[in-house]
Write a protein of this length. Structure first.
Length: 242
């Protein structure tokens, strides 16, 4: 059965009197790939900024019983909330294994990891398999293909024990095969985690969303299955102008 990992209630983000997010309720459940869609300026990024501690808000964000409002970014990350951005932020000069090792928070300085080590932690090996980069363990991240960098960044959240992942357009710039692989990866990692995806690509959303929340002008316009939101009259109005 799915369990709720994150509950947002009445989130409001105010930029000098302009409410970029205006009273959003959102629940992210383990076992689901939850797509956040909506036109440009709908408030998707600002909502994710609020959840991750980058934007001040009123309302409440609770993860596993802990209120996160007012907590610092690193505290929120330590609570298991991980985020990726459209441009992957990996250590380009370090190998795939080293990137994951650092993200695993092994407690050693990054420089110690630059020395050759005999064994990688099990979690790093498991995640490298999961993200399909085991054969690239010794490859510098800087020469990975665009899609592989995105998978590495997701892997860095996984080894860091994030169980709520907020992903910003994870398939931007990917070809058809990479998109398919990414969709399958999202479902794989959502098995025991909550995954939220900010996305513009409607075909990708239809193929891989367990649940969809549509934001418009800072508020939730509709939330439900792909079919439910696609047939929602207000969603058709906003997207198709009908
Ligand atoms: P989306 O991610 O859905 O495209 P955003 O969350 O980026 O939307 O933006 C929502 C609204 O908030 C937009 O009108 C945007 O111009 C505004 N906005 C975003 N960040 C700021 C900011 N730092 N200061 C003022 N307005 C902002």
């Amino acid at each position: 059965m799915n369990t709720t990992a994150l509950t947002c209630t009445g989130i409001e983000v105010d930029f000098d009197g302009f409410k970029a997010v205006n009273g959003v309720d959102l629940e992210l459940d383990r076992g689901e790939v939850h797509f956040l869609i909506g036109p440009n300026g709908a408030g998707k990024t600002t909502l994710v900024d609020a959840i991750t501690g980058l934007a001040r808000y009123s309302g409440s964000v609770v993860k596993d019983g802990t209120e996160l409002r007012g907590k610092k970014v690193h505290h929120i990350a330590r609570k298991g909330i991980g985020r990726t951005f459209q441009t992957a932020t990996v250590f380009e000069n370090l190998t795939v294994a080293q990137n994951l090792d650092i993200a695993a928070g092994s407690g050693r300085s990054p420089w110690a990891l630059l020395r050759r080590r005999r064994h990688l932690p099990d979690t790093v090996v498991t995640v490298m398999e999961q993200i399909g980069l085991k054969d690239q363990a010794e490859t510098p991240a800087g020469i990975l293909a665009h899609g592989q960098k995105q998978w590495l960044e997701i892997g860095m959240l996984l080894v860091g024990d994030a169980d709520v992942l907020l992903l910003d357009e994870p398939i931007a710039g990917m070809g058809a095969e990479e998109r398919e692989t990414t969709g399958r990866l999202l479902h794989d990692i959502a098995h025991d985690r909550a995954v939220a995806v900010v996305e513009h690509d409607m075909d990708f959303m239809r193929a891989f969303a367990s649940r969809v929340t549509v934001l418009h002008a800072g508020a939730v316009l509709a939330s439900g299955s792909v079919d439910e939101v696609s047939n929602h009259p207000r969603v058709q109005e906003v997207y198709l102008g009908t």
